[in-house]
Design a protein around this ligand. Structure first.
Ligand code: ATP
Ligand code: MG
Length: 324
């Protein structure tokens, strides 16, 4: 079943969802909305409240106030139906230490409702895909931290449910397994599953996410599609190599550039003109035209578009605030 991104009712909704531990409000009245088929990145610094939110959404801990609906079911009123709607990779290592790798995966799949036969088939596939063959009869208590994580990731990615919660799934995985995990996450997304992902890796968020929310000190700072966020918060750097541009014309070219929409700064160094432009769509054609107009020609054009990392850092450092 393929689900068009952004269509239909949201699959996860939170309404003023709040968690207080003792006197500390760790998740503070958050409102989130995740559409079907999205890979939703829930990003924020250490201690921001991401895992606490996932634990509430997966009914491990109850909210202090507010509510959330997962696949249409309230986490307060119908936690059993919520639990049937998702698979999860939690942040901590949860695994049966006295069982071997094969048994751990197969039991987990049976626990999630697969028949013994189907669970065995999926276990074989998970073992194959995640390079666990040589470890299949090793007891979990003999595995390294990264190997345990690999088992956890492999088994959860072979459960098909409407929603998949992933709390820093690739932390501790080696680069090859990390790429395999990304591949599998994309495959799951393409089959229509909605994915709620936390990660500290902006590379991972960039590779997978269609929209993101930023949480900071328990509060949502922004929630938008990745495209929109780059357009609103991002900064693009344009470098244009020039030749035959008469020295006295340089200030005029720079002046023309500074008058173009979104241009924040413009400068010339050796034979390269550089501009820093708001958003992700710089007026490159007009910039090139200005060079020709003043007698120069172009040797190279280099455009560095905004990344999610740049956008994230700008927001966290307070260099951008949403105007409401
Ligand atoms: N059971 C608990 N009792 C008291 N405080 C808690 C409990 N669980 C979490 N906290 C506190 O809540 C805050 C948010 O923790 P949480 O695990 O949600 O952060 P996080 O955003 O997932 O961070 P990280 O990126 O480090 O995983 C932290 O300050 C943490 O110390
Ligand atoms: Mg966490």
């Amino acid at each position: 079943m393929a689900v068009e991104m952004g269509s239909g009712h949201p699959v996860i909704v939170t309404e003023s969802l709040t968690k207080v531990f003792g006197k500390r409000t760790v998740v503070d009245r958050i409102d989130l909305s995740v559409s079907p088929g999205e890979v939703f990145g829930f990003l924020g610094p250490n201690g921001a409240g991401k895992t606490t939110t996932i634990r509430m959404l997966t009914t491990v801990i109850p909210p202090t106030s507010g509510n959330a609906w997962v696949n249409g079911h309230s986490i307060r009123e119908d936690p059993l139906s919520v639990r049937k709607s998702f698979a999860v990779i939690p942040q901590g290592h949860v695994i049966e230490l006295h069982l071997d790798v094969y048994q751990n995966i197969r039991l987990y799949l049976m626990f999630h409702g697969y028949s013994a036969k189907e669970a065995a088939r999926r276990t074989d596939e998970a073992i194959e895909r995640f390079g666990l063959h040589s470890l299949r009869h090793h007891r979990a208590d003999q595995l390294s931290g990264g190997q345990i994580r690999r088992v956890q990731v492999a088994r959860a990615l072979f459960v098909e449910k409407p929603i998949l919660f992933l709390d820093e799934p690739t932390t501790g995985l080696d680069p090859l397994v990390k790429k395999e995990t990304w591949e599998r996450i994309r495959q799951i997304r393409d089959s229509g599953t909605t994915i709620f992902l936390t990660t500290q890796s902006m590379e991972e968020a960039e590779a997978l996410c269609t929209s993101v929310a930023l949480i900071f000190n328990g509060k949502i700072v922004v929630q938008k599609s990745v495209e929109e966020l780059k357009r609103l918060v991002g900064v693009t750097r344009v470098e244009i190599g020039v030749r035959e541009l008469p020295g006295e014309e340089i200030p005029f070219v720079l002046g023309d550039w500074r008058g173009l929409p979104g241009v924040l700064a413009a400068s010339m160094n050796a034979s390269t003109l550089t501009a820093v432009v708001e958003g992700s769509e710089p007026p490159v054609a007009a910039m090139i035209a200005a060079v020709y107009r003043h007698g120069g020609s172009i040797t190279a054009v280099n455009i560095e578009r905004p990344t999610l990392e740049q956008v994230y850092l700008r927001i966290i450092k307070g260099e951008w605030k949403e105007v409401k």
